[in-house]
Write a protein that binds this ligand. Structure first.
Ligand code: UDP
Ligand code: MG
Length: 312
């Protein structure tokens, strides 16, 4: 009997009761037959019927596996769990809402068979994506590129294939503030990009609230570079230089005129301005300090309460 290569499909799910059945059906329709599969649903602390639905899918089909978290740990940690336990010759991760179209999976596999070890996908925006999402994603990727040292292409999605070699290396990552879209380009290996058109969310609403998105953006930058800290040196020096010039002007003004009491406006403006910049930079330093604090605890990225892959 021929050895069939095994492909792991990782699907993070957070309150996806409305999409899951349709997703599962569509997924199986597009999985090429010459491979065997394990579908790993990672239930990220859903509060709806997501878990019972996954359990029933697992009952019907032995290739359906699941890992259920004890609470919501976030999308990136759900991906990490999938990567940690995937046992395939390669692993593909995609969203449960059908925005990452399963019909692209055969293309990902074809690239892998060509010899690429990582196959990334780039989302090409079109009308199905809301203007708000388009704009925020444009700003996000621009910011990421200018503030961090990795070159992330605009539209890079958490929809990708990685070879088992890469999976093994991913297991070595023990950081709490995960940002796979940065880690993956940083890893090297033979990488290919393919484009896809995102569908509209099949059902339900986005699980990335504005707050989650903002946290994600700050993590993206601060987990990846110390440029913001360096920026504070530049801004600090620039302001120090301006203050020096202004101080010079004030001294001359004091020495050669008798109208020293005027200038309240400029004093209050500079005090507020410098105070504001100071607070901002303290915030930046605090952000890094906080990350060091949390990373230092070496807490696990997620806690598992149930699974059919292993004994919990
Ligand atoms: N997700 C998750 N945990 C979270 C937020 C999201 O596992 O805390 C999952 C979600 O179920 C979906 C994927 O991550 O499968 C992407 O989330 P979503 O579609 O809400 O984000 P968007 O596509 O709007 O960026
Ligand atoms: Mg989505």
């Amino acid at each position: 009997m021929d050895y069939k290569k095994k492909i792991s499909v990782i699907v993070p799910c957070f309150n996806e009761e409305e999409s899951l059945l349709a997703f599962n059906q569509t997924l199986f329709r597009y999985l090429p037959e010459m491979y065997c599969y394990e579908i790993i649903y990672v239930n990220d602390g859903s509060r709806d019927k997501t878990l019972p639905i996954i359990l029933s899918l697992a009952k019907e089909n032995t290739s359906v596996k699941y890992i259920s978290f004890s609470r919501n740990f976030g999308h990136q940690n759900a991906l990490k769990a999938g990567y940690d336990f995937a046992s395939g010759d390669c692993a593909i991760c995609l969203d449960a809402d059908l925005q990452h179209p399963p019909e692209v999976i055969p293309e990902l596999i074809a690239k892998w068979e060509e010899g690429f070890e990582i196959v990334n996908t780039i989302r090409k925006d079109h009308n199905s994506i809301s203007a708000k999402k388009k704009l925020s994603s444009q700003i996000f990727y621009k910011l990421m590129r200018s503030l961090s040292d990795v070159q992330i292409e605009t539209g890079m999605a958490d929809f990708r294939l990685v070879d088992k070699k890469v999976l093994k290396q991913l297991n070595l990552f023990r950081e709490n503030f995960l940002f796979f879209r940065g880690i993956i380009p940083w890893m090297g290996f033979r990488q290919a990009n393919i484009e896809f058109k995102a569908n509209e969310r099949f059902a339900g609403t986005t699980k990335y609230t504005v707050k989650k998105m903002l946290t994600f953006a700050i993590t993206g930058v601060t987990a990846f570079s110390i440029k913001p800290l360096r920026l504070s040196i530049y801004i600090g020096s620039f302001i120090a230089m301006l203050s020096f010039l202004y101080g010079l002007y004030a001294v001359i003004f004091f020495l050669f005129t008798d109208k020293v009491i005027t200038g309240w406006t400029s004093v209050i403006i500079s005090v507020l301005f410098v105070g504001g910049i100071n607070l901002l930079m303290l915030g930046v330093i605090g952000e890094y300090l906080g990350k060091i604090f949390i990373e230092n605890k070496r807490r696990p990225n997620y806690l598992i309460s149930e699974s059919n892959l292993f004994q919990v």
